[in-house]
Write a protein of this length. Structure first.
Length: 186
């Protein structure tokens, strides 16, 4: 009897300092635009004051919607040796970043900041970005990107589920460096 292997894991990307500053700048700019429109309309006692107020409120509304788009999650979907990585923006929009078969990968490992990437490799970033979880990488050839390196932050359960589907030599090398319980920093 063959059992299916299936697991989903959602990892929330920790906002970078750039993301936080960008969110604040968008909101402050929209608020400043709204105030400028309203004060200009009031100063000239214009019949366009209701329109200016409406446009100001609209600017603030869209700034909050835009800032919300900086909230990103990644979903890892593992099914019988196939790994799909989706990017979820503001808990409403989903985009497939890549799909790969683990039996076609060329390397898997735990990322170390001292490591170097191949120059022609396309990077797919789908990790938590916090440093709290170990970041893994997988090198593979992807039909859309060519040579590709995927960075992601799977938990122990997902990593252990993936191991039996790795090619024999890659599995042997990977199990030398990986021990369960390593997915979070000590």
């Amino acid at each position: 009897m063959v059992t299916d292997s299936f697991m989903e894991q959602v990892v929330k990307k920790t906002p970078t300092q750039r993301d936080k500053v960008l969110g604040i700048m968008v909101k402050v700019s929209a608020f400043a635009l709204a105030m400028a429109l309203i004060f200009t309309a009031m100063a000239f006692e214009s019949k366009f004051a209701p329109l200016a107020i409406f446009l100001g409120i609209l600017a603030i509304y869209f700034s909050f919607k835009l800032a919300k788009k900086l909230e990103i999650e990644y979903e890892y979907i593992f099914t019988n040796g196939e790994l799909d990585i989706d990017k979820i923006i503001a808990q409403s929009k989903r985009k497939r970043l890549c799909s790969l078969s683990l039996n076609n990968i060329s390397q898997i490992g735990i990322w170390d900041d001292d490591m170097e990437l191949e120059q022609d490799s396309t990077m797919v970033l789908a990790s938590d970005n916090s440093g709290e979880m170990k970041e893994f990488f997988i090198n593979f050839k992807y039909r859309d990107y060519g040579e590709t390196t995927l960075f992601f932050s799977p938990n122990d359960k997902l990593v252990n589920m993936m191991i039996p589907y790795l090619p024999r030599e890659i599995r042997k090398e990977f199990t030398k460096i990986y021990t369960p319980g390593q997915t979070s920093e000590e």
